[in-house]
Structure formats: C-alpha cells, structure tokens
Design a protein around this ligand. Structure first.
Ligand code: SF4
Ligand code: SF4
Length: 186
C-alpha cells in the first residue's frame, strides 16, 4: 500500500485566486465545519454539499466543482453565508461559479438545470418579476414536453393561483426576450 505524502498531493491554487479576484471571497478560510451544509434548504437535492464544493475549490478541482448540480440547486438564500464562522459569503462564491460556467461554456451534466436557470434569469431581466407560465412553458417546450404541466396549469388558473396575463412593465423588452429565447436551446 502506498502512503501518500505531501509531495504526492498536487493542488492548483489558480482557480481559488480567480474566485477571490472575481468576488473577493477567500475559499482557503474554510475549515470544513459543515455549518453551511447543515443549514442549506436545497441540500437534499444536491450531489455535493456547499462545504464539499468549497473543498473542491481549495484543491483546484475545477470541473468537479462545476459539474455537480450543487451550484444550480442553490437558491441564493444566503443561509450558508450567514452561518459560516469564517465569514465566507458562500452564496456569492456560488453565483460567481454560475457566471464562470456560462462565460467559459463549460459542459456540464446538468443541462436541464442550466437551461431552467437561464430562462429564469432572462424572465427576471426583462420583466422584473417571475412569470410562472413563461418559466414552466419555455422549460417544457425546450425539453420536448410542451404539454407536461398543462392540466395542472388549467386547474391553477381556474382557482386564481396562476396569472395567465402577466403585468408587463416593459412590453418592448418582452418582445426582445422572445426573440432571444431561441438561443437558449443548445
Ligand atoms: S445560498 Fe445556496 S448553498 Fe447557501 S444555504 Fe442557500 S441554497 Fe444552500
Ligand atoms: S460554514 Fe464556512 S467554514 Fe464551515 S464548512 Fe462551510 S464554508 Fe467552510
């Protein structure tokens, strides 16, 4: 059995430095207490906990960090950031990772989650608030199941739980959104 010593462990600090430059957070302050993970409301759906994500970043395991569904299941609720005894704004680190994944076009196994996130952000950008029918409708359309939630949507509209017509603040911006929607599909 080979005993692994310090010289066998190769770490790449470059990515952690990039994160620090982009969002000002130092991931090396994390000492794996796991308080972030224990308070995370999305934890049960994540491949890896926020604490494990921080460890990947410390070790320079970039693709392991970015290819997990962890960053996409993050709700940006800031619970982890508030609980961290080292004052690391973990939610901000995760938001930064989401941006880097998009900028560098890193292929992930979480295409549908990425797609949902992009539709979500596009609707927020152009409407200033969530329009549930557009979110669910666009997602189902781009994933090849356009009528998946139709029966539920009809029930919800009848009960007044879902607005069929949104309050559009920026109609011209809305038109731009639909013209850009084609690009969401890879
Ligand atoms: S910000 Fe994200 S990672 Fe942090 S507790 Fe909330 S959902 Fe979990
Ligand atoms: S709460 Fe902070 S120090 Fe503890 S594991 Fe999470 S990031 Fe690391």
């Amino acid at each position: 059995m080979k005993i692994i010593g310090k010289k066998d462990i190769k770490t790449d600090h470059g990515f952690a430095e990039k994160i620090r430059q982009r969002c000002g957070e130092n991931v090396f302050l994390c000492y794996q207490c796991k308080k972030c993970a224990s308070g995370c409301p999305s934890r049960q759906f994540m491949d890896k906990t926020p604490a494990e994500l921080m460890r990947f970043l410390q070790l320079g395991m970039i693709y392991e960090a970015m290819q997990q569904n962890t960053i996409w299941y993050c709700l940006s609720c800031q619970t982890c950031s508030a609980r961290c005894p080292q004052d690391i704004d973990i939610a901000h680190v995760i938001d930064t990772l989401k941006i880097i994944v998009q900028e560098e076009k890193i292929k992930t196994d979480t295409h549908n989650i990425t797609l949902l996130n992009r539709i979500w952000m596009t609707i927020l950008k152009y409407m200033g608030r969530m329009y549930d029918i557009a979110l669910a409708g666009s997602f189902n359309l781009f994933t090849g199941k356009p009528f998946k939630d139709l029966p539920l949507a009809i029930k919800m509209i009848k009960k007044g739980k879902l607005k069929f017509i949104p309050s559009i603040k920026k109609p011209f911006e809305m038109m731009k959104m639909f013209s850009r929607a084609k690009r969401l599909k890879k």
